[in-house]
Design a protein around this ligand. Sequence first.
Ligand code: CU
Length: 802
Amino acid sequence: MKSRLLLALLPAVCLCGQAYSIHARQGSAAAETPVATGRIAGVLKDPSGAVVPAAKIELKNLASEVKDCVLSDRQGRFVFDRVSVGRYQLTVHATGFDIAVISDLAVAAGAETAANVALKIAPAQSFVEVNGSASETAAATRHKVDAEDQAQSRNSAELAADAPGVSLRENGQLASIPFLHGLGDERTKLVVDGMTVSSACPNHMNPPLSYIAPSHAAEVTVLAGITPVSLGGDSLGGTVAIDSRDPAFANAGERLHEKGDSTGVYRSNGQNYGGSFSEWVAGRNLGLGYAGSWAANDDYTDGSGHKVTSTYAQTTDHTVTLAAQGAGNLVVLQAGLHHTPYEGFVNAQMDLVRNYAESLNLHYRRSFERGSLDTRVFWQNTWHSMNIGHDKSTLPMPMFMPMNTHGRDLGYSVKLDLPLTGRHALRLGNELHRFVLDDRWPAVPGTAPMMGPNTFVSINDGRRLRLGSFAELASKWNPQWTTLFGLRNDTVWMNAGPVQGYSDMYAMDADAFNALNRAHTDPDLDATALARYEPNAFSSYEFGYARKTRAPNLYERYAWSTNRMASGMIGWFGDGNYYVGNVGLKPEIAHTFSGTAAWHDRARNGWEIKLTPYETHIQDYVDVDTMSTVTYGMSTFAQLQFANHNARIYGADLSGNAAVWNSSSLGQGRISGVAGWLHGERLDTQTPLYQMMPLSLRVAFDEELKGFTAGVGAQAVDRKFNVDPHRLEQPTPGYALFNLHAGYRRGPLQASAAADNLLNKDYELPLGGVNFDDFMASMRMSQIKPLTGRGRSFYGSLTARF
Ligand SMILES: [Cu+2]
């Protein structure tokens, strides 16, 4: 990564790879097959001859581009041990000093290479090279995924859950949906290996992050709040990007570069089993790999011992990766198959009975003497089917209703990074995303005119085409001041063909819809202005403004039927309500003001505190108007039509961590915490917005010593009393959950064990929606209740690397 800017300015985001570092990989490989290794050691000194501690030293293999980094110790010393024979570049980043580079270091078998570095004081007017790492803002969180994260996460959205500003909406077991600062689902840009795909489902059962298994994820980046325009577009809340491992090639000392791993995981609550396997083989220029995973679980039990039905799931996926490199070029082709044969949705009327997707993702990157080009073409074809699944089919009066959705995503992106001078870097880009959707509900024999004799056409040839272009300028004016300005245009073209209902019963709505002009062109404009001030080595302040736009999705505009049964099938909110689209909807425009203040020790590895307050005004927020309400027994539901209303959300995130001890006898002990608070309201009615996460706090203590890791954690969530009256949202009580985990790593093996919700607390999920199954089990007579969370669960996992 060409991230001098990042390393020099934003050490809050530590790039020291651990899970996939040079040490770890070659260390474990050495345990099986002897690989010739040597070592690099050195001392850092300043011009007066004094040693420089806590500087970051990055080592890059010149052939494979694999990187590792360490920090210098109190005596200014650093060591890279068990380094494969080959040639390396060594880069030193120390606050207050110029970046120092040793461009070619040779490592020979069994020998030590000396790399003593004399650092120069950075003159006040010198500029750090700004080299296209504009994506890094102070509020960004980048996290290397390790085996323990993978074992802990049932789906990839959970990998992002610990980042400041993130809350998760429960959505099946495989498809949790991240919210950034209260803006979630399609208001957050979700990117998997550079691909943006759309949910091909009226209930968003297959959101983008459901297409990467936690076992394949290598890195998670969360940008909450002000997002550079190069990473935004067609979203309001920010960006969550998950990337799988970069391909690695053989270096000078290797004939073949081989690595693989295999993991098994078991979680007790819900009998959750999973496994994954990956293998990668590469020469100097060509590599081929496979990664696959499988997971299955039954219904979970909540803290009161009640089985929560329709929370079962099963999924399989396969990815084949082919990569080639040479002379500054890298080409990677990924082909993926994802198959979910079933997944229950307790907060929806229907379950997923099949989701099958095939995808191709071709990535090409070229580095020039100065700058780089990054291009991508991707395609995904998704077949999604819903009906009631095996739990709902045993409820009284089961309603079988097949629904088939077919989605096709096609897109490209081109990004060009151009350092203009030592002071400025320009990033230009262009991207396209085309989504075509058909949603058809076949007739159910013997149910005419309600559900027959014809096929119900929900969305007919729905099309959403987005063409985006942007320019972004990052400037480092002096050692204290950095700015980032960006402008972006996304034009969204939408249309949908004529529809029909199951029978003449639906003709009035269908005729009215078919008579409308349904074509829309939305020219959306985004802008970002961001400034960062670092007065000294102990603090940094960043503040900025962003205007971001999102055009409505196909269902928000084109869900056409006001029939209660049909409109009950539309909606991704888990609230049991009935949703009707609105062809006249306008795009949402968010104006966000946000800042981040960070304080830390000089070395930035002892302690850090970060505070991010924000306020967003959303013009034409896509909310709802109430058309009618209907009461069943003790419960009331609303039929709602999507409608634009102004809204605002404000809040703050506070996060921090501190080393409690760090020594060879005690190991490393670290305490960390994240707190989030926000308030969202609709301005015309002054009522709360739907699913705003109440005040929440997570704290953890983690210890690491000689291959052992252990930790305790707690999560406290306040009661939710600000509820949306339009959706008849229910309050939820506050709660606290505790967890424990331990792990051990030796050679190629890593084992971990943990307990979640240790005290088996019975609690309701603030963003979980309602338990629709229990309501149906009572023949629609009970009070519908918020969904309860998982009770105590033990889990264990074992990973072998080879
Ligand atoms: Cu669905």
